[in-house]
Design a protein around this ligand. Structure first.
Ligand code: DGL
Length: 281
C-alpha cells in the first residue's frame, strides 16, 4: 500500500512548496536546489489556468488563493515560494494574511539593475501584465527614478520557454524580434542591464544572450530567492541533510507536460528524484 499524505508529511525533509502558472518556477527551483542541498520541493504548476499574464486580476486573485490554500493544507510545507512575478505582484499580501508559513515572492529585480547600471538605461522583460502592474510602477518609482526603464511585455516568450523544456527548438529570429525595443537605434544611451521579470525567461538565458547585439547583464531573482529560503531555514532551526536526495513532487493542475525531454530538463535543473502528477484539482 502506498504511504498516505499524512505519513508523507510526518516523515518528509524540510519542504518548500514552489508555485507558478507553468514551468517557469522551475528556474527558481534550480537556484534553491543548488543552494539548499537536501531540501524537498513540492512544485505546483497551475497550467490549467496558464498563462497568467493574460488573465484578469480578479480571476487570478481568487484562483491562486484557492489553489494554494488546498495545496498547503495537503502538503504542509515549511514555506511557500510564489515563483511567478505575475502572481507575486498581485497576491503576495493576500497569501501572507491567509497562511501561517513564510511566503516568499518573486518580483522584478529593478533595484539591483538600477543600482549597478552604468548607462542609466535598463530593460524590463516580463509578461504584459507585470510590465503594466501598479506594483512595477512603484518599484520603478522607488528604486529607478534616476534611470530610463524600457518595458517589454511578451506572452510569446513565456510560450517559447514552456515548449523549450519539452524539447522544441528556440527560434533566434523570434527572440531577436521580442528584444528589438531594447536595442533600437533611437535610444540616446544603450541598455546595459535587462531584468528578467518573469520566471520563465531565465530558462532561455543562453539563447537570449546570443540574440543581444552586444554583451549586457541579464538579471533574475533566482539566487536572491534561494538565499532568502536558506536564511529562513536557518532562522527556523530547520536542518537540511545534504546527504539525502529527497523525492520531489511536480504537480500540474491540468495535463502534465511529461515527456522524456521534460524529465531530462528536470534532471538538468537539479531534480534527482521526482514524481510527476497531473490533473490534481
Ligand atoms: N512565470 C510567470 C511569471 O513569472 C508567468 C507566466 C504566465 O503565466 O504568463 O510572471
Amino acid at each position: 500500500m502506498s504511504p498516505s499524505i499524512t505519513d508523507e508529511v510526518a516523515q518528509r525533509p524540510p519542504t518548500v512548496l514552489v508555485f507558478d502558472s507553468g514551468v517557469g518556477g522551475l528556474s527558481v527551483c534550480q537556484s534553491i536546489l543548488s543552494l539548499c542541498l537536501g531540501v524537498r520541493i513540492v512544485y505546483v504548476a497551475d497550467n490549467a489556468s496558464f498563462p497568467y499574464g493574460t488573465k484578469s486580476e480578479d480571476y487570478l486573485r481568487s484562483r491562486i488563493t484557492t489553489v494554494l490554500s488546498g495545496q498547503c493544507e495537503q502538503y504542509q510545507p515549511d514555506m511557500l515560494v510564489i515563483a511567478c512575478n505575475t502572481a507575486s505582484t498581485l497576491v503576495l499580501s493576500d497569501l501572507r494574511e491567509m497562511l501561517s508559513i513564510p511566503v516568499v515572492g518573486v518580483v522584478p529585480a529593478i533595484k539591483p539593475a538600477a543600482e549597478t547600471t552604468q548607462t542609466g538605461v535598463i530593460g524590463l522583460l516580463a509578461t504584459s501584465a507585470t510590465v503594466q502592474r501598479h506594483y512595477t510602477d512603484q518599484l520603478v518609482a522607488d528604486f529607478a527614478a534616476h534611470c530610463d526603464v524600457i518595458r517589454v511585455g511578451s506572452s510569446k516568450l513565456v510560450e517559447i520557454a514552456e515548449l523549450y523544456l519539452r524539447g522544441d527548438e528556440v527560434s533566434e529570429v523570434e527572440l531577436t524580434d521580442i528584444l528589438a525595443d531594447f536595442f533600437c537605434e533611437t535610444l540616446s544611451r544603450p541598455v546595459d542591464k535587462i531584468v528578467l521579470g518573469c520566471t520563465h525567461f531565465p530558462l532561455l538565458k543562453t539563447q537570449l544572450k546570443q540574440c543581444a547585439p552586444y554583451p549586457i547583464e541579464w538579471i533574475d531573482s533566482g539566487s536572491a530567492i534561494a538565499k532568502r529560503i536558506k536564511g529562513l531555514f536557518d532562522s527556523a532551526g530547520l536542518t537540511l541533510d545534504a546527504s539525502i536526495a529527497p523525492m520531489h513532487r511536480v504537480r500540474f493542475t491540468g495535463a502534465a507536460v511529461a515527456n522524456d525531454h521534460f524529465n531530462h530538463s528536470l534532471r538538468l535543473l537539479g531534480f534527482q528524484n521526482f514524481e510527476i502528477e497531473e490533473r490534481i484539482l
